[in-house]
Design a protein around this ligand. Structure first.
Ligand SMILES: [Zn+2]
Length: 55
């Protein structure tokens, strides 16, 4: 699966684009994915998980 965090399982979600005339159209919200080595293995994790891991 693309764009799914290896640690928390979060992926893309859907949301609305809202224009100035308040018309709403669907959009996808991607999460902030970064590739990082975890225990010597490269994995795709989100920026939130990297933050909490370093604490
Ligand atoms: Zn994550």
């Amino acid at each position: 699966m693309a764009n799914v965090c290896a640690m928390c399982g979060r992926g893309t979600t859907s949301a609305n684009n809202v224009s100035h005339s308040n018309r709403k159209t669907k959009r996808t919200m991607k999460i902030n994915m970064q590739s990082k080595k975890i225990a010597g293995v490269k994995a795709k994790v989100c920026a939130k998980c990297i933050k909490t891991k370093n604490k």
